[in-house]
Design a protein around this ligand. Structure first.
Ligand code: GDP
Ligand code: IMO
Ligand code: MG
Length: 441
């Protein structure tokens, strides 16, 4: 069967931790969208791994697939694999030949366009990894795919077409100097060599075919979503979004496994018990003004600084309309709620239960981001729960969670209409309380 892990909010919900927890029962872990904009953390016995491209199952020695829906920067992929090898892991990563390659000019263009947009507040606060420009070229049918790196003549043809256009864009539209990132010969030399390394190490696959065979043979597939529903290009707060579909439908399109297969499996939404946001755009439940000291406290306690960029994350109360929207768009069968420990010991705990919007009370997210910006949260207050020894709680199980925190969890589960499969009370694998293993149906 399949289990699909999806971010319910704005990314960084702790997806890596749950992929690691349930990855024990999986045979293959599959990323289906995004690229090295992701930063997924796995902590096992105190050892912390930060993974951007290598699927989080690597920590348990599982085969990792980067599906056709991913955008792959081979430089950062090899760096990450080398770093993990130095730490004693042997990541077995296969890259879809249909996946698109993030080229150096994509990264350069990401920075240039963010800068240009910043005058009109349209910059998304991207990770600068070239994600948007690569998906643009994919949709514009001028992208370079992993399979193209394996054939130097094809690679040459692709570069000859696209690079002069990009160079002209930089020089003539933006009036900037285009550097080495826009040099066809230099790019061809480096990327043909990368193609050779991929071929030598047997790292490329037809992801749909490979996963089909594994699934037919009875193997368990775990899909590892990156980012989150509210920064999905279709279902998120456009234009402050990423350029792919983190939502569960992306697992089919971005891997080549049919939607009927993904739909027969479980789809688990990962929920952070509050909100964190590392980019721009509105955020109705954001803790600002007199609540800033509270935001600072949560940020420090939760370590809310970008895994990829180190930027301090914006903090808000749990936004329940956002979760209802996510539950519907993804078809959640269950959720995991993380970071319950971070909210412990506060004087007050609130959630945005609904929005006040132009005189109405609404329970889900409006379609345009301008409308979303006009939403004021309708807050609901919960009895706070005390700081406790969370490691001991994790050992003892769900019933050991303070009663007020369990009331909070019950409320969240009822609001999204699905059961809770796991509760995170700390970053370590041992600090996740499992109520139900989605692979055991
Ligand atoms: P991802 O991108 O969704 O995988 O999440 P990140 O790794 O970017 O951010 C989540 C951070 O919170 C990481 O540092 C995790 O180790 C940590 N984390 C995960 N679950 C919990 C939890 O339940 N409690 C606490 N305190 N930290 C957690
Ligand atoms: P994980 O997988 C949180 C945000 C960026 C920016 C927007 C577009 O770790 O949850 P991009 O570089 O993708 O073009 O940036 O999306 N963003 C993330 N925020 N977690 C992530 O990944 C993110 N990946 C991208 O901050 O607002
Ligand atoms: Mg992250």
């Amino acid at each position: 069967m399949t289990v699909t892990i999806v971010g319910s909010q704005l990314g960084d919900e702790g997806k890596g931790a749950l992929v690691d927890l349930w990855g024990g029962a999986a045979d293959v872990v599959v990323r289906y969208q995004g690229g090295d904009n992701a930063g997924h953390t796995v902590v096992e016995g105190g050892d912390e791994y930060k993974l951007s491209l290598v699927p989080s199952g690597a920590v348990r020695g599982k085969v990792g697939i980067l599906g056709n829906g991913c955008v792959v920067n081979p430089r950062t992929l090899f760096d990450e694999i080398d770093t993990l090898r130095k730490r004693g892991l042997e990541p077995d990563v296969r890259v879809a030949e249909r996946a698109h390659v993030i080229m150096p000019y994509h990264r350069a263009l990401d920075g240039i366009e963010e800068e240009a947009k910043s005058d009109s507040d349209l910059d998304a606060g991207t990770t600068g990894r070239g994600i948007g420009p690569t998906y643009e070229d994919k949709a514009g049918r001028r992208g370079i795919r992993v399979g193209d790196l394996l054939d130097p003549a094809v690679l040459r043809d692709r570069l000859d077409y696209v690079v002069p256009q990009k160079r002209a864009l930089v020089e003539e539209v933006f009036g900037l100097d285009a550097g080495e990132a826009f040099d066809v010969d230099a790019l061809h030399e480096e990327y043909a060599a990368i193609g050779e390394r991929l071929a030598e190490e047997g790292m490329t696959v037809d992801s749909g075919q490979y996963l089909h065979e594994r699934h037919e043979a009875g193997d368990e597939l775990l899909f590892e979503g990156a980012q989150g529903t509210s920064i999905d290009i279709d279902h998120g707060i456009y234009p402050y979004v990423t350029s792919s579909n983190p939502t569960a439908g992306g697992a089919a399109v971005g891997s080549g496994v049919g939607p009927t297969v993904v739909g027969q499996g479980e789809v688990v939404g990962i929920v952070k018990a509050y909100l964190s946001r590392v980019g721009t755009g509105p955020l109705p439940t954001e803790l600002t003004g007199t609540d800033e000291p509270l935001a600072d406290h949560i940020r420090e306690k939760g370590g809310e600084f970008g895994t990829v960029t180190g930027r301090p994350r914006r903090i808000g109360w749990l936004d329940v309309p956002m979760l209802r929207h996510a539950a519907r768009a993804n078809g959640f069968t269950g959720i995991a709620v993380n970071h319950l420990d971070v909210l412990a010991g506060l004087d007050e705990v609130k959630v945005g239960h609904a929005y006040a919007f132009d005189g109405d009370e609404i329970e889900t997210v409006p379609t345009t981001t301008e409308q979303w910006a006009r939403c004021e949260p309708v807050l609901k207050e919960f009895e706070p729960w005390p700081e406790v020894d969370w490691t001991a709680v994790a050992e003892a199980g769900y019933e050991a969670i303070p009663e007020n925190a369990r009331a909070y969890l019950d409320y969240v589960s009822t609001a999204v209409g699905v059961p809770i499969y796991a509760v995170g009370v700390g970053p370590d694998r041992a600090e996740t309380i499992e109520l139900h293993d989605p692979f055991e149906r």
